[in-house]
Ligand binder design. Structure first.
Ligand code: SAH
Length: 241
């Protein structure tokens, strides 16, 4: 009895790992999130039972129901795949699901996925670190940590900040970072629906982030590298389908 916790990557099916594809092809039960694209679900074995347990932002927290579903379906002896957008361990609550499975005595295997935190900047031609511009990258959610909700502590000109789940709070994010010491002219890139046919990249300055029109899901990249657009054409060509 093994449940596979599989990263679905940012959207495009050809960004799945080979391991993920092999597991999807023999899945008997698939439990997936809202951000998993149809073309990835198309790879699931015919006849598999598919559960969409996608949460809407701000909607009810159904995590314990998801955990119970994983445990119950695994106990029927079928091959269960929990398919999560991007990488299962980055803001995906994959760790909590593993804990629930372990508590129920069910083995689990994690298959990594390409995270939107790194794919979205790449799709825009932005290297998250780049000599002379950025010596590191912090991946955060708009709300920071429970214990320390300050984004401002990351306000350093030599750091790239990649923000997930930040669309609704983009104005406040910009204010916090500027109050923390970042120049309002700091470059920003916003990448919506990376790797999907409706991918869109917008660039602005941190001071103008609040007034950009943005639709979720999107990744916000803040820092000097966000002004770069290296080999964007090459990336697009490589993923052309
Ligand atoms: N585990 C996922 C992240 C889950 S949190 C991962 O590794 O990618 C959900 C957030 O991820 C969204 O609010 C958005 O910020 C980001 N996201 C996921 N897929 C995306 C995509 N295709 N394009 C842009 N942002 C995406």
């Amino acid at each position: 009895m093994t449940v596979y916790l599989v990263g679905a990557g940012p959207g495009a099916a050809d960004l799945l790992t080979v391991r993920a594809v092999r597991i999807l092809e023999r899945a008997e039960v698939v439990v997936h999130d809202r951000l998993v694209e149809t073309e990835v679900l198309d790879l699931v074995a015919r006849g598999a039972e598919v559960h969409d347990v996608g949460k809407t932002p701000g909607g009810p927290d159904n995590q314990s129901a998801i955990n119970a579903l994983l445990v119950a379906t695994a106990r029927t002896g079928r091959t269960v795949v929990r398919l999560k957008g991007g990488d299962p361990f980055l803001f995906g609550r994959g760790g909590e699901e593993l804990e629930a499975l372990a508590e129920a005595g069910i083995d689990a295997e994690v298959v990594p996925g390409i995270t939107s935190a790194f794919f979205a900047p790449l799709a825009a031609g932005i290297p998250v670190t780049h000599r002379g511009r950025s010596c590191g990258v912090a991946v955060v959610t708009a709300r920071g940590c429970e214990r320390d909700p300050e984004l401002a502590r990351l306000a350093r000109a030599d750091l790239t900040i990649v923000i997930l789940m930040g669309v609704a709070r983009r104005g406040a994010i910009a204010r916090e970072l500027i109050e923390g010491g970042l120049d309002p002219a700091t470059p920003v890139a916003v990448v919506e629906r990376a790797s999907t046919p409706t991918e869109r990249v917008q660039r602005s300055a941190l001071g103008d982030l609040g007034s950009l029109r943005v639709a979720a899901p999107a990744v916000i990249v803040v820092g000097a590298v966000a002004a770069l657009d290296l080999a964007r054409g090459a990336v697009a060509a490589a993923s052309a389908r």
